[in-house]
Design a protein around this ligand. Structure first.
Ligand code: ACK
Length: 284
């Protein structure tokens, strides 16, 4: 029974949360570690642990709640299954189906450099992602915008079936609230019209999907991570024009502009530069 943790689910969940060991870490995400845990003799799950108490814990709690609310209601072969969750003091646990081949990002850019990803598998991953997105945009009521689609949020099972994960930033609001929400996403995947004008639609996910398609095709990220020194020089170049908020009438939506902290201004600066100087053939 998805959406609520039944007694049986609760018992299983308890088993899983007692059975995971620090040594069984699968990887680290934005808000905590993901562990492999044994549910019973031959059934394993993935447990994501969010520890509270640190800076940004309110964001972590909000993301936890969004994930539980949304994934609790969603069931689709190309969306990760949330099997249960628990809140114990400051510690929050999310229990998912185990995806044996980890994330698309690690498969593509990790030590194996995509060697397991034949063209046939890459095509199938693209199709699986499209099916997951189509479900979110066209068949969920209200429609869901993922808002943080990227290769690290695409997980692969033992047969390399792809499932979308990490719904902490997803939104389901209709159209009216989209300009009031905090600007979020990952640099390199964020649609320019969302970043620069705050215009968020399901097409923002489609842009990010395009970036992942390029990753599948090129075997590398179309927009490389900027080195701190590069960021610094971009920001130094852009900040004089951006620090005075009143001088930005057409670049950023007024509501977003008021809510933006310096971190977001830096993002806008960095992306403004990336938009001015794109590598033409890599633009989605
Ligand atoms: O790329 P990875 O090996 O796959 O490392 C990341 C890490 O945890 C942080 O997100 C892995 N991960 C996340 N969710 C799952 C899951 N349900 N099954 C298996 N691995 C997962 C992800």
């Amino acid at each position: 029974n998805k959406g609520a943790v039944s007694l049986m689910d609760y018992k299983l969940l308890e088993t899983a949360t007692k059975n995971f060991q620090e040594s069984n870490v699968l990887g680290e995400g934005g808000f905590g570690c993901v562990y492999k845990a044994r549910l019973d003799d031959n059934f394993y799950v993935a447990v994501k642990r969010l520890d509270g108490g640190s800076d940004g814990s309110q964001d972590a709690i909000t993301e936890f709640e969004t994930e539980v609310d949304l994934l609790g209601k969603i069931q689709h072969p190309n969306i990760i299954s949330l099997l249960g969750y628990s809140i114990h003091g400051e510690t929050r646990l999310l229990v998912y189906e185990l995806m044996h081949n980890g994330s698309l990002e690690t498969q593509l850019h990790g030590p194996s450099h995509g060697s397991a990803l034949t063209w046939h598998r890459r095509m199938k991953i693209a199709l699986d992602m499209a099916r997951g997105l189509e479900y979110l945009h066209e068949h969920c009521n209200p429609p869901v915008i993922h808002r943080d689609l990227k290769s690290s949020n695409v997980l692969l099972d033992s047969n390399f079936n792809a499932k979308l994960s990490d719904f902490g930033l997803a939104i389901t609001d209709g159209t009216q609230n989209k300009k009031n929400i905090k600007l979020s996403g990952t640099l390199g995947y964020v649609a320019p019209e969302y970043l620069l004008d705050g215009k968020l639609t399901d097409k923002s996910d489609v842009y990010a999907f395009g970036v992942v398609l390029l990753e599948l095709l090129l075997g590398r990220k179309p927009v490389e991570k900027l080195a701190p020194a590069q960021c610094q020089s971009i920001v130094t170049w852009a900040m004089p024009q951006l620090t005075d908020r009143s001088k930005l009438p057409n670049i950023v939506d007024p509501v977003i502009k008021d809510r933006m902290d310096l971190k977001h201004l830096y993002q806008v600066a960095a992306v403004a530069v990336l938009c001015v100087q794109p590598e033409p053939s890599y633009r989605p």
